[in-house]
Design a protein around this ligand. Structure first.
Ligand code: SF4
Ligand code: SF4
Length: 328
């Protein structure tokens, strides 16, 4: 009997939402279980690391890795699965672009640890205890993975063959990606297995997007009673649709919430944040200094908003990595 192709599914630093979405493949997952041998999927089944370590290099047909690379354990698992796999798919926006965990790169390790373990209003930690890589407990050594000091995308630490963005990617795109890999029906290495268009191109509100807009300041979605058919941008509500890759089925737009950019940048551009800023500057119709200031002030936390999903893969992310390396 021919051996079934082996598949590994593993979550690095993230919320496990991408892994959960694989479960949402439902019947497809059951069919898949008949045709492949899932050798690693900690979310759904027990596994022994030694079994993966004992495999031949390249023995796994496909490793699907979600999550950003944040600590020493993630680095080791990513390297191990790269060695054992013929194809590595970065699944989800954290693996592809760094995702929400990547916002940690806006502050250094010290600042982030202080915030998380000392300064956050919900923290009670009078002794200032922090997680340690090694702790002696009754003569026994307990270990924890060590924080890298920087949040990395998957392809910043291992060679990555394909990308599937989304927070999380829709089950249909995950199913298509796995089917394409198993059938060997793949685009060139380095491709994203998601549509190439911008979200605006597939958005049902695009026909209500005027060619010329008159935006003087921005409003946040909770401040207005948004028209369910009107283009958000035309109403002065920040919507990252022009700079975001389509593929989500306009999930947020359809429930009257503007796009926050979770599918990452449109292909071939400078990144979603610079592209969106350039779109905004062309839409604003303010001229006087005070009007310009009012427009800028109406977008609170622009870095957090525009880089929410892609700081590590952006120019800013690469800059903060260089600064981190220089300080080390
Ligand atoms: S800006 Fe937003 S609401 Fe307007 S067309 Fe683009 S995705 Fe749709
Ligand atoms: S509309 Fe934007 S934020 Fe919402 S799921 Fe789609 S890409 Fe993500």
């Amino acid at each position: 009997m021919t051996e079934k192709p082996k598949i590994a599914i593993y979550g690095l630093g993230a919320c496990a939402g991408c892994d959960q979405t694989v479960v949402d493949l439902n019947e497809i997952l059951l069919q898949l279980a008949e045709t492949v041998d899932i050798v690693l999927w900690p979310l759904a089944m027990d596994f022994k690391l030694s079994r993966i370590q004992a495999m031949q290099d390249g023995e796994v047909a496909l490793s699907i890795l979600s999550g950003a690379v944040i600590n020493s354990d993630h680095h080791e698992m990513a390297a191990l699965l790269r060695r054992k796999s013929r194809i590595v798919l970065a699944m989800g926006t954290c693996a592809c672009f760094g995702g929400v965990p990547g916002l940690a790169n806006f502050c250094g390790r010290e600042e982030m640890f202080n915030q998380v373990y000392r300064d956050a209003p919900t923290v009670t930690n009078p002794d200032g205890v922090r997680p340690q890589p090694e702790t002696d407990v009754g003569g026994r050594k307990l270990t924890l993975p060590e924080f890298s000091g920087h949040v990395f995308t998957l392809d910043q630490v291992i060679d990555t063959d394909y990308y599937l963005p989304g927070c999380p990617p829709p089950p249909a795109l995950i199913g298509n990606a796995i089917t394409a890999v198993l059938a060997g029906d793949l685009p060139p290495k380095g491709s994203s297995l998601a549509p190439r268009k911008a979200l605006c191109d597939t958005c049902p509100r695009n026909s209500r997007k005027p060619g010329r807009m008159d935006i003087r300041y921005f409003r946040r979605i909770h401040e207005v009673d948004a028209d369910p058919d009107e283009c958000f941008l035309a109403a002065g509500i920040v919507c990252l649709g022009p700079a975001t890759r389509s593929g989500c089925g306009e999930a947020c737009i359809r429930i009257n919430v503007p796009c926050r950019g979770c599918f990452g940048p449109v292909p071939g551009g400078v990144g979603s944040a610079p592209k969106f800023l350039s779109t905004l500057t062309s839409l604003l119709t303010v001229e006087r200094d005070d009007e310009i200031e009012e427009a800028i002030d109406s977008l609170p936390d622009p870095a957090g908003y525009l880089y929410r999903f892609c700081q590590p893969s952006s120019i800013l992310g690469r800059k903060s990595l260089r600064e981190e390396e220089a300080e080390a």
